[in-house]
Ligand binder design. Sequence first.
Ligand SMILES: [Zn+2]
Length: 247
Amino acid sequence: MRNMKKILCGLFIVLMLCVVPVAAVSVAAIDNAENGNRPTVLVEYGTGKDVGLVKVTHIHYAKSVDRVKPAKTDTCYKLTGWKWTVPVTYTIAPNDGAYPPSLDNPVAEACDEWDSKTSRQLFYDPVPGEYSAGTARDYKNSVYYGDYVTDGVIAVTTTWYSRLTRTAVESDILFDTDFTWGTSGATTVMDVQNIATHEIGHTLGLDDLYTTSCSAVTMFGYSGYGDTAKRDLAIPDITGLQKLYGV
Ligand SMILES: [Zn+2]
């Protein structure tokens, strides 16, 4: 009888060890949601079984904000909680170069900007013709134009990562065709490279910042027509990048 009690007690401890970490992850997910992310713990269709992946959507809204130079003491970077086994391969939607402008060069320039601030190689050259539009998980990192359902949204980056290893497995970037896109830097166009540099920051593992004192960094959460300052990383962006991938 005493042995049976011991076995039952042991079983109870094992059960608690299994249940408690799951609860802890759910709480963390709620905290992230309040900070602008929308994480979803993915479950297998039909069975409800946890597949070990978390999906996070970063939405970039249009809003004109006067840029303020960050104070030296401001950290002005925030980590999402994932990183990649680099280099990462992007697949860019083919485009004939008419309107909207081809994503090829601006996205390559944006990747190079991040790549130039760490000695690790972050990206391979993009693979043409392999992209897939849509938010389904297919383990291809696709960059493409599309029409997002909500008004006032410039771009959306959707990332999936393993909650066990905190390693990202896919990140897709949508540029919303509700805006007039361009590469000239004119005040009448939304600059592709500017937005691409910000969105690629999400892919790499950096979060949005919304406080005005951080408005001069690439990872600031709002942009407007004519904004090109996000093309070049600010010191806090580089600090965040190097926390993840080294100097
Ligand atoms: Zn963002």
